[in-house]
Design a protein around this ligand. Sequence first.
Ligand code: M6R
Length: 638
Amino acid sequence: MCGIIGYVGSAERDAPDAIDVLLEGLSELEYRGYDSAGVALANGTLDVHKAEGELEALTSSLSTESLRDPAVGIGHTRWSTHGPPTDENAHPHTDAEGRVAVVHNGIIENYQTLRDELAADGVTFESQTDTEVVPHLIARSLESGDGDDGDERYDSADHKRAFRRAIDRLEGSYAIAAVFEGEETVYATRKDSPLVLGIDDSDGGAVATDGSDAVAATDGDGSTGYFLASDVPAFIEYTDRVVYLEDEEFVRLDATGWTVSDSDGVPLEKPVQTVDWDAEDTGKSGYDHYMLKEIHEQPSSLRQCLRGRVNELQGTVTLEELDALVDREFASPVRFVACGTSYHAARYGASLLQRRGTPATATIASEFTTDRVPVADGSLVVGITQSGETADTLRALREAQTAGATTLAVTNTVGSSAARAADHALYIRAGPEIGVAATKTFASQQLSVSLLSAALTDRASHEEVQSLRRVPDQVQTVLDTSNARAIAAELVGAGAFFFIGRGLNYPVALEGALKFKEITYEHAEGFAAGELKHGPLALVTEDTPVFAIVTGDGEVARKTISNIKEVEARDAPVVVVTDGVSDVERYADYVLEIPETDERAAAVLANVQLQLIAYWVAHEMGRSIDKPRNLAKSVTVE
Ligand code: M6R
């Protein structure tokens, strides 16, 4: 989805050039997915540059020497929703006179009404975007002084009020930033789209504003200034001190400080938090792709996930942040909601709870709201979202809350919208994930819901806790010994790829197929192994490799082996992911081994092999692995 960056250099020192900060920030936001980019620089006049395509197209169109002076600007990477990716549709958008430039992430749902209204007033639109109504609304407010409804709050010279007035007219979701001709200030606000402030001043205190218009002033000890972005990596190189904005809060940044106020203009005190990442966490560390780096980070991110939460000696699981939740009785069933990869973690979590005798369901978040799934008063609804910003999941959580449910966000992102919207948050502690394809966050979601299911049911055997503890080392073993690259090379070029599993391995099959299609662009499907014979078997030929996950040697393994025989009889190449306990290897053309463990942990290990298969097939095919076509990391529209 779109990415926003804003920057105001500190008044107290030789701050970096805005153009450099904006371009670096946009490059850090590339992972969100985009198809055009642009910047607006404010230095008395407004200087707007934008280009369709990769950031490179924008950079090479700029004569940066002529842009060296301005210390204030906004930038944007656009992921098309209204109108194709063209120079005209790229942000920033301006009014006809070029007095204000605006960038936006989200969807303005009433844009057609506003567009018709503005067009009737004589406004000519340059783009097909929903966003362009915003600069025109701001311009109209500036022109009309106290406003066409006679509201005296507004003054023609007051950019801040004109900005607020325009925002008042919007319905939908937005993070919006604006700069004006004749003023070196950035104005911004958000509703259902992420926006975070980065503070690099010399104040250093826990709370940096008293709400006046010029606070948190610098004292000149080397601060760079104030940042605004859709996500922290955009400015982490400069500062790890952040302020998370809530819906309908307004922020104003200038060289002397920052202020946040509510929708009525009342100044707010906002805590400054420190994020525990540094710039290196968001680099590639020598790997060709973020995805491969993140796959290899799993042993360490899983250790972080478990740290302080499991006690092997006592065989207990403790989730301190959920103390107030775990001893409560909830109306049945526990409902998980999520999208994409996180939905697969939700299915896995629901299965774990069911195995402990607690009724649980997993529903795709957009279907949850569309179907108006009845939520019992007093039930527990768990939203799983690595970004914490997925619009569908946020809506499901909010609707559940309105219906009287207690909500829990299982997320990777401290301070995210989901973490703040839900009654409780469980952090998966995976660290920043830049590759669009979710990898380490899925593994950490699997472990987190394992911990959650034990904590909610107050039951975890010694063996279970031990096997959870062993997962990080066993993932390392898979990474050290995997032959996925060689198998991938053999399978490239096949017509389609199927993934099958039963029980806890069914969500892993779904996830294996999603990862595969997402980055290889090849047709891949995941099935419950027992479902093949009810239809999909018609597609199976010698040109459709089937990946089957078989762990343990119980009934589930035996039945999956029967399903493997069904595809083998149709000459499909069979790749088994197995711990070797069931002797399934003899039915396989290729084997991806995982260490022996219990069935819950095996589902985490098996997935790592499938991540590697997807990666190496995509690599072999020369795909854009970290930024697959048409996809965005953080999906902030419904
Ligand atoms: O941030 P979330 O976990 O809520 O994201 C949900 C999906 O958009 C996400 O998992 C998506 O399916 C991944 N890109 C898949 O790799």
